[in-house]
Design a binder for this molecule. Sequence first.
Ligand code: BGC
Length: 993
Amino acid sequence: MPFKAPESYALDRPEDAEPLNPHASDDESDDVDALDPLRGSKRAYRDDASAPSPSFHRAPLRWLDGQRSHGGFWTRLCIPSRFCCILVLIFFATLLLLLTAGGLWVYKSGTPSTGQSEPWYPAPLGGTSKPWQVSYEKAAKLVDQMTLPEKINVTTGTGWSMDLCVGNTGRVDRLGFPSLCLQDGPLGLRFVANATAWPAGITVGATWNKQLMHARGKALGLEARLKGIHVLLGPSMGPLGRLPAGGRNWEGFGADPVLQGYGAAETIRGIQESGVIATAKHYVGNEQEHFRQSWEWGTPNAISSQIDDRTLHEIYAWPFAESVRAGVGSVMCSYNQVNNSYACQNSKLLNGVLKDELGFQGFVQSDWLAQRSGVAAALAGLDMSMPGDGLIWQDGKALWGAELTRAALNGSVPMERLNDMVLRVVAAWYQLGQDDEEKWPSLKDGGKPNFSSWTDDEIGELHPGASNSQEMGVVNHFVDVRQTKEGGDHDELAREIAREGIVLVKNEPKTLPLSRNGSSLNSGAQDGKVRVGIFGEDAFSNPKGPNACADRGCNEGTLAMGWGSGAAEFPYLVSPAEALHASFDRQTVEITDWKTNDVKNVDGTAAAQDFCLVFISSDSGEGFISWNGVKGDRNDLFPQKGGDDLVKHVAGTCGGRDERGSPLGRTIVVLHTVGPTILERWIGHIGVHAVLIAHLPGEESGNALADIIFGDYYPSGHLPYTIAQRPEDYGPTSAILTTPNAIVPQQNFSEGLYFDYRWFDAQKITPRYPFGYGLSYTEFEISDVHLANHAQLNISPFPSARPNSSIAPPAISTQIPDPASALWPENLKRLKKYVYPYLTSPPQPPRSPPQQPPPHPLSPAGGAQGGNPDLYTTIATLRATITNTSPSTSGPPPQAVLQLYIYPPPTPLFSPSNPNKPITMPVKVLRNFAKVDVKSSRTVKLDVTRKDLSFWDVDAGQWVLPEGEFGIGVGWSAGEIEGEGMVIKKLGVKWTE
Ligand code: BGC
């Protein structure tokens, strides 16, 4: 049973690494700054080498003088002390030089001693938003009755693999508040049997279908609930896809904030409609796997993503804003640092942007071991520590747990902050109706799920991480959640999504769709049978099974999901070859399988076919797994395992060759991929007639592909990223940082807003296939485009004033409790390394509270979930008619994806708060889209909001709607130009005086 092998969880530091002392920085400290490990060293740098110590004096080095050569060879050999001394001296001199150089390097390129991220305190309180009011009221009643250890239990995980889910909070049995089960993930239920292996986020993004995004979320949520999962660790919207080779891009929805935003928000609405708390992750700037986490890559500190405020707002925080607007119950802060402050203790990001400006009402949980401090993280806005361990996996030295108890008792963490953490968690639980015993039968059992993450056996350990616990029980109930009365047939839904995520990028001359009996293909054979060859490992099942590699951490057999915590167990996987074998009419079609990527002798086999299908792939995943030299992030953007060579061989020889050497047979290429893949080595090949990019389709891979290949459905996927001609076309900052450039590796997001299509537009680079591109078997035309509100708009550059919340956060006692209430209860059987909230001895009496900085002013961009509600006021509505140019009466209708792009007024634009500072804008930005069935013709409406037209004004700390004439364009991809696919309407904006 390899898929739950313990080595798959070895996410962190090597075991022999020097342990860090988690308590060194937060124990009983009352100075926030002192708690930041990055700020530990405040000593001024002294260049000691320039100031020799007074005690230093030059000793006569007699053994260096000429006399030492007196005597013969043997004598010299007999005085090794001199020789050794020279060696030792040279050694130490070199060492000193190296250390000095290293020190200077660290000094020059290391972390600024003060950090760069603005402080934002105190943490805003939850419970200020109408849609959450009732839940907070209920939560307040419950939390008010909790003892200090009970409160701590709600905030802290019990430790890695101490209970059955990947994350488990402590329970409050006395009040019926369960241990919350937190489980991955964005694509399906990790470590869980009999659940659906859905298409990955990138495939869902490629559908451009908001209804399907929603439906998948709802189905995923239902499966989670039926397994007893309270908090689902998804969707993922960071990484966003800034770096095309980023290992985890595939977990999210595509390289654009708006596409990510819709994907995330619809998924969240779906998950939460099923009663499960969704998690918007990873907040924020976690764009690559290398150095994402302390020690995982050998560096003591995680990478810092240097993101300026405008880029943060307009790109990376955008999908999180949409998630909060959708009412998300939880946000996961990421491993990396942002502007040299860890994302899980970055007060500007958590307190400022997320809780104040975006009005987030749920709880912030740390990524697994992303928390790097105790008190500092609490004050900066972290609400839940996951999985509860400290700086090291399973060491029992939690940063919270008992340490948070101590910090609350000595006043380092004010009770108001602790209450707010607990309220946020409990309110989210009520908000999602998880107090309903009918829907949550596990409530009676303290919240236990009906599966175990740690074994596939029915009976297993209840606390596998605790070495002194042998407590066993039925842990896996194998509840099938794929077909239910409530949810219908999830396999069918998975197939539909996988199908709609397939992007047809080339089809010449109308090679696809194929007929099942081969009549659409030429047969050169005597027996009249059509010969079809299926080439490439990626078409076939992995003989060892689809779950053979732990967390899907290899690219073997057909690729249907990436690897890491974002992967799930396949209940089954229909390979493309299986589906093709089952679909072709075997009376008239003969199929030959070439199950590897080996090109030796492939030419002869290809030459014997009339038609060839070649399958290639490109895989990546989370950084704790490395496969074939791919350490999470891809090493390059080309197909893996010799895919390019295979295509060239097959396409060059399929069907034999005519007298000019051209192949007589046609070749279709199918690519399974985690993201942008360079196709240049063969895309123009005369033998390559059609190319399908099927992304990561999940369990129904083959069936979905067959649906498109045989024309049962029209292809309708569109690229959720740009495919370049050359890797360097993505820009100079698009490469993964693979060697540390400082003690805290620094990654500057210096391209700002300009990545993916925005970069290609700005640099006028022609991609191979633009963002949003995708063909159908029919063509569509746009006509009758109207823009409501296209008259001059007299409008304020700023949204209306931030509304004052009429709802006050619940007031519960902030009295520091009696320390005796936090001592170990008698007779409690302690599990080793399990995280408990109790203290051994009464802590020191409360200190005077630490001096608080003056409260940070509130952001004018805030005021409701997702930000100032006026940002979402519709400013214009575009209406367009889509016509199918070759309507057919049979079969399901084709689907068109209409995309709306904003062209900002021509520069120069200026900020109203700083008229000397010109504002640059991308050529265009995606702001809305719709996918519709178009049997013959169809009218579509797309709204444009104030935020869609605005830029983030750093000086004003506010969204600004620029003055001038906007273009509102609708077309089929970011590559269309006016008059050819893109229709642009004008929208004039004038500021009111
Ligand atoms: C990942 C998260 C995941 C967590 C729990 C971390 O390594 O970054 O996305 O939810 O593990 O498995």
